[in-house]
Design a protein around this ligand. Structure first.
Ligand SMILES: CC(C)(COP(=O)(O)OP(=O)(O)OC[C@H]1O[C@@H](n2cnc3c(N)ncnc32)[C@H](O)[C@@H]1OP(=O)(O)O)[C@@H](O)C(=O)NCCC(=O)NCCS
Length: 199
């Protein structure tokens, strides 16, 4: 397997117009629990509503996976609104070696992004602002070859975020997952190659 991109080289915090991004810390448990405990926030997420302890465990795992040499590297970031200093959401960039069907490994890595915001911070384009910065981190700073994202088709806001940041709708997998309401959900895959990234 090729050596993973060195997450410890990244410089924090990262500033965008309205946001400050930095690695999640255990001090963020209360703020993250405030939205990851809400049914309306987790309706399209792979986990159910989380308890305080589950959020602590999740953040602890993200801290571990951010260390150099982690087996399954992942960058888990808190999203602070600069105006208030409040943590209004979190985003992630998960790294994996690119697939190779040849004898030699591909020597390149790819990433997957994800995000969740507190309902009272939604509707202002903050997720797109944070996700666009994940593309900068992934392509410019970590040199990833490809970045993808998955959004269930009925998660309108998330699909719009991905289109707005310039990702390309690559596939829709029909009835891929059983949703929390008992219906089968279509899954949209969005992607961007390094050479397609316009910045
Ligand atoms: C997905 C999420 C991060 C979007 O963040 P956001 O900052 O609130 O996004 P916005 O409010 O800017 O909405 C994005 C777009 O969707 C539109 N939109 C939002 N809700 C909508 C709805 N119910 N119906 C139609 N359009 C909607 C917005 O008008 C906006 O459109 P635009 O890009 O044309 O301006 C946020 O809704 C969230 O945290 N959801 C819960 C967690 C989640 O589902 N994460 C993603 C998993 S794939």
């Amino acid at each position: 397997m090729p050596a993973s991109p060195d997450l410890s080289r990244l410089v924090w915090p990262r500033l965008t117009d309205r946001l400050l991004l930095r690695p999640l810390a255990l001090d963020d448990v209360d703020a993250v629990h405030a939205y990851r405990c809400l049914p309306e926030v987790v309706v399209h997420l792979s986990h159910d509503v989380l308890t305080h302890d589950q959020v602590r465990e999740r953040i602890a795992q993200r801290i571990e996976r951010g260390r150099l040499g982690a087996a399954e590297p992942l960058l888990g970031l808190a999203v602070e609104e600069r105006r208030t200093g409040r943590v209004v959401g979190d985003v992630m960039l998960r790294l994996e070696p690119c697939h190779s069907i040849g004898r030699a490994p591909a020597q390149e890595w790819e990433g997957t992004i994800g995000y969740a915001l507190h309902p009272d911070a939604q509707g202002r384009g903050l997720a797109a602002e944070a996700a666009a910065e994940l593309l900068v981190i992934g392509f410019r700073d970590l040199g990833l070859r490809r970045i993808t994202a998955d959004a269930y088709a009925d998660n309108i806001a998330s699909n719009r975020v991905l289109r707005r940041i310039g990702m390309r709708h690559e596939a829709t997998i029909r009835a891929k997952s059983l949703g929390k309401d008992g219906t089968w959900l279509d899954d949209n895959t969005w992607a961007l190659l390094r050479e397609e990234w316009p910045v």
